[in-house]
Design a protein around this ligand. Structure first.
Ligand code: SF4
Length: 375
């Protein structure tokens, strides 16, 4: 089936990073074995093809080679010439043997959780790896034969200066990565980081400084050949992440594993965020979803607007009406003039025609606000 993606969540990490709100727990060999077994059963049940596979987490590479090999063997039925197959890896748990295994089983894209190239910042973020390990992970990945590599970076950490962020970006460009994702540090509910902020242990960076960092990124990376194609994402030619583009087009996706989300047949389901519960339910032949909602056509159209506007190309009106059955300007008539007036979005101009709309530079800074207005 065209444009259907598969996401598999591996919820194990060496330790919890203080800023992280994803569902993850400490590695447990017995649980990991049982989890991979139920995942293989779910994979077997999937009929038809998928256009992209993304194994994320958590930290998929905390699984040892034997378990990773087992999981990847189950996915063999989907792999082929035209599939994008990504696996997330953290520098401290990536080695030559795992890289060889990935290549052998059809993985053709790596996403490395680099986050920073400086030890001080990595320590602040509570990461398990050092700057040297981050550089080594990139080096061994390239030498193993991977050329489609993303690195994740975080900016806006307390105490960080614009000059320091500029230097991080320079190292990222020199690293050989073909794709760079830059995320500003956020203080999520129920994390150790927000407690540290609320008790005054850390003083978040001024929003103005964070905006300067992001503004610089928007100018600098495209100048180095990394096209900006979504709020946080930059890629060299032909290296955009097809898996994520599928989300931003609001296409279908299957999510396997604890806390994973699926969107199929007009229904969005979110699996239980508890690995033991997930295993129990799947083994008992029950649906592991904790919640399920059927979206109305209008909700679905608005959601498409909210995700698609995050892309650099923005929303093409004809594409939108073909995809959703709604006229974009009619659907968003109440908020559209307000967003334009505030300078957050602009109409595209082509030969006096207006084929669509997109975020302005200011709009990229406030993309979450724009998305929630369109919802
Ligand atoms: S390694 Fe990633 S998923 Fe795991 S706790 Fe840290 S940020 Fe979260």
């Amino acid at each position: 089936m065209r444009d259907r993606s598969l996401y598999i969540h591996i919820p194990f990490c060496r330790r919890k990073c203080p800023y992280c709100s994803f569902y993850s727990i400490s590695y447990d060999e017995g649980l990991a074995r049982a989890y991979v077994d139920v995942l293989l059963g779910k994979i077997e049940d999937i009929e038809g093809s998928v256009s992209t596979i993304y194994i994320g987490g958590g930290t998929p590479t905390v699984l040892h080679e034997g378990l990773l090999g087992k999981l990847l063997s189950g996915l063999k039925k989907f792999t082929g010439d035209n599939i994008e197959f990504t696996i997330e890896a953290n520098p401290e748990s990536l080695d030559r043997e795992k890289l060889g295994l990935f290549l052998d089983r059809g993985v053709n894209r790596l996403s490395i959780g680099t986050q920073s190239f400086t030890d001080e910042k990595l320590q602040k973020l509570g990461r398990s790896h050092t700057a040297e390990e981050a550089a080594k992970a990139m080096d061994i990945s390239r030498k193993a034969g991977f050329n489609n590599i993303n690195i994740d970076l975080i900016f806006g950490v307390w105490g960080e200066s614009v000059a320091e962020w500029k230097s991080e970006l320079k190292k990222a460009v020199q690293s050989g990565a073909r794709h760079i994702s830059c995320y500003s540090l956020t203080y999520e509910e129920n994390t150790a980081l927000i407690s540290a902020k609320n008790t005054g242990k850390i003083l978040p960076l001024d929003e103005e400084v964070v905006a300067q960092m992001y503004g610089y990124t928007l100018d600098y990376l495209p100048g180095q050949g990394f096209g900006h194609y979504e709020v946080s994402n930059f890629a060299k030619k032909s290296h955009r992440c097809r898996h994520n583009l599928n989300y931003w087009d609001n296409n279908l996706y299957i999510g396997l594993g604890a806390s994973a989300v699926s969107y199929l047949d007009g229904i969005r389901k979110t699996n239980v965020s508890d690995i033991k519960e997930y295993i129990k339910k799947v083994k008992a032949g029950e649906d592991p979803a904790a919640s399920s909602e059927k979206l109305s056509d209008i909700d679905r159209a608005k959601e498409t607007a909210a995700v698609k506007i995050r892309t650099k190309e923005g929303i093409d009106f004809r594409w939108f009406s073909e995809k959703t059955g709604f006229d974009f300007c009619g659907l968003e008539k109440d908020v559209l003039p307000v967003l334009v007036e505030k300078g957050l979005i602009e109409y595209k101009k082509e030969n006096k025609h207006c084929p669509g709309t997109q975020l302005t530079k200011k709009g990229f800074l406030f993309s979450d606000t724009v998305s929630s207005e369109l919802l």
